[in-house]
Write a protein that binds this ligand. Structure first.
Ligand SMILES: [Zn+2]
Length: 444
């Protein structure tokens, strides 16, 4: 079968792109193309030393400003370990590299699941809630959070929490009002640092790319298993959306590195579109994904477990990172396989740079689908705005062509590899790029 042209170069230099999974139409137009990105133009402001660890609610000296933690990653002599379900007065006994906690402002609320499905908090969550609320520190934290949440919802967050308002939540009322802070299905995975170690200016943010490959590997593994746990706790959830918004222009409310996991009762159109196509064409993700990228010289980097190429047919300049593993779900991957995907993803973040707003979106097979689908991650550079032209035509103007993305990244990847800041991997023409690199159809 002959494929549609997903990438078409016209005589004037226009590049027409078609997304093979959802048929999004994207044009890169000469003249508009390759407009360099100069960041936000923000002038660096010296950091206030007194605010270290307190820049935002996700920072390491503000553990009480987030809902109760479900799990954290700490360092032990044997390496990383997880501490689950800490009590409020234990939070400051260790420093967390990564923390999983419910989002105070859920996208899909606990009431959505309760009212539409009759969802009840699992007994273990109820027990944990009772234990947490049995301490003064726990009750104070929860009361303050409920006040913060209520005020943000009623006053747009402009007023300060009023400690007197805590009295509204006594006994059972506190337990009922705080159910979502323990048993919601929308969690945050926050990293430790807001700014890099020794930062002096507010532009020196700690992003995915400034983590070490080891730290990033743990971030990805911790996130994958957190998603599995959320799905296990909510039988009505059909999919867990996993994403990272980096910087305000990409939708982040804090410029503190974090991912989000949101359980939903659908797969979302993007996943369903891809599944529909994969039913008719099981090797789809090789044929119109990796193989097509190989044929068109779009491969950016590769290791034993993953391959990255410049994406086509995306509304924003994008990099796609595919797992080569037989496993379909992220958490079904071995540690080495997760690490392999993490290393390539980390390198793409590092070469992109912390000044670029990005969305990182995970795709994988939903738990109620029997169609084989690889774990893949799309990293989007949010450097242009969608405007009237797009709204009127549904043709999206993308300012950087897939080949320009590849050309821009390769020298930076080489430099970062020489410096030892990313894990070893093949870059650009070093990639071995055998056809059919993805083994998701061989799942056991
Ligand atoms: Zn912070």
């Amino acid at each position: 079968m002959r494929d549609a042209e997903y990438l078409l170069q016209l005589k004037d230099g226009t590049i027409k792109q078609l997304n093979p999974f959802n048929e999004t139409e994207v044009w890169t137009i000469p003249g508009r193309a390759d407009r360099p990105y100069h960041g936000t133009g923000e002038v660096p402001v010296p950091l206030d030393r007194a605010q270290m660890g307190r820049h935002c609610a996700f920072c390491e000296r503000r553990y009480y400003d987030t809902p109760p933690e479900k799990s954290r990653v700490v360092t032990t002599e044997e390496g990383y370990a997880h501490l689950d379900d800490l009590a409020a007065d234990e939070l400051f006994a260790t420093t967390a590299h990564f923390r999983q906690f419910p989002n105070l402002f859920e996208i899909i609320t606990l009431d959505y699941w309760r009212l539409n499905y009759g969802y009840e908090l699992p007994a273990a969550v109820r027990e944990r809630q009772a234990k947490y609320l049995a301490t003064n520190a726990g009750r104070t934290q929860i009361s303050n959070l409920l006040v913060t949440k209520r005020q943000a919802q009623t006053h747009g967050g402009k007023t300060r929490p009023n400690p007197a308002a805590m009295n509204h939540f006594g006994g059972d009322a506190l337990s009922e009002a705080s159910a979502a802070l323990f048993g919601g299905s929308h969690d945050v995975i926050a990293a430790r640092r807001h700014y890099i170690e020794g930062a002096q200016y507010n532009t020196q943010l700690a992003g995915s790319g400034t983590l070490t490959p080891d730290e990033h590997g743990e971030f990805i593994r911790f996130t994958a298993f957190a998603a599995r746990n959320i799905l296990e706790q909510n039988r009505y959830a059909r999919y867990a959306v996993i994403f990272q918004n980096w910087l305000k222009a990409a939708g982040a409310s804090f410029d503190h590195l974090h991912k989000q996991i949101v359980a939903i009762d659908e797969h979302g159109e993007g996943v369903d579109d891809a599944l529909d196509r994969a039913v008719k064409r099981p090797n789809l993700f090789n044929e119109v994904g990796a193989n097509y990228a190989i044929q068109n010289n779009l491969v950016i980097a590769e290791n034993q477990y993953a391959i990255a190429f410049a994406g086509f047919g995306h509304r924003y300049p994008s990099i796609e990172i595919y797992s080569k593993a037989a496993a379909n779900e992220p958490w079904a991957h071995s540690d080495a396989e997760i690490r392999g995907v993490s290393d390539v993803l980390h390198a793409m973040h590092a070469a992109t740079g912390v000044e670029v707003p990005t969305n990182e979106e995970w795709h994988y097979r939903p738990k109620d689908s029997s169609v084989a689908m690889p774990w893949r991650i799309v990293l989007k550079w949010r450097i242009s705005n969608i405007a009237g032209f797009e709204g009127a035509t549904r043709i999206y103007l993308n300012t950087i062509s897939p080949w320009s993305i590849r050309e821009r990244l390769i020298p930076d990847l080489m430099r970062l590899r020489d410096l030892g800041q990313i894990a070893p991997m093949a870059i650009g023409d070093e990639c071995c790029v055998k056809p059919n690199p993805l083994h998701y159809l061989e799942e056991k």
